[in-house]
Design a protein around this ligand. Structure first.
Ligand SMILES: [Zn+2]
Length: 133
């Protein structure tokens, strides 16, 4: 019964209607925090390129006020942060720089026009300004 109901739904309704926030997997090693699934996070938010990689690391460095570095697909933060703090930051990044403020979909990319960075949404076509960074 449920199966049949599921199959009869229009295709669009099943097509990534709800964006699932990727979860950062981090652990503390000595005085550092290592986010080990950096690559998976970037893939999940369609930001798997060098520029986006650096942007996300820069964001983490600024928000944690530590030196953040990329090392073999991991982010190394120069301080101790709980899993909760790391995920909170990731969520804030995605909300600010990935999700379209109009339709809340993650099908966006950052473009630069006259030195100003803007977020262009592929799903609804909205163009939004990005604060900071
Ligand atoms: Zn949109």
């Amino acid at each position: 019964m449920l199966d049949r109901l599921y199959l009869s739904l229009p295709k669009e309704a099943l097509n990534k209607e709800r964006f699932e926030m990727p979860k950062a997997e981090s652990f503390i090693q000595g005085t550092k925090t290592i986010i080990k699934n950096f690559s998976a996070i970037l893939k999940a938010i369609n930001r798997d390129d060098e520029q986006s990689k650096r942007h996300l690391v820069k964001f983490f460095a600024r928000e944690t006020a530590t030196a953040a570095n990329i090392e073999e697909n991991k982010i190394i933060l120069g301080g101790k942060f709980s899993d909760f703090q790391v995920n909170d930051l990731l969520k804030s990044y995605i909300t600010q720089f990935v999700l379209c403020p109009v339709c809340k979909k993650p099908d966006s990319h950052v473009i630069e026009k006259l030195g100003v960075k803007i977020l262009k949404c592929e799903a609804c076509g909205a163009i939004s300004s990005i604060k900071g960074l």
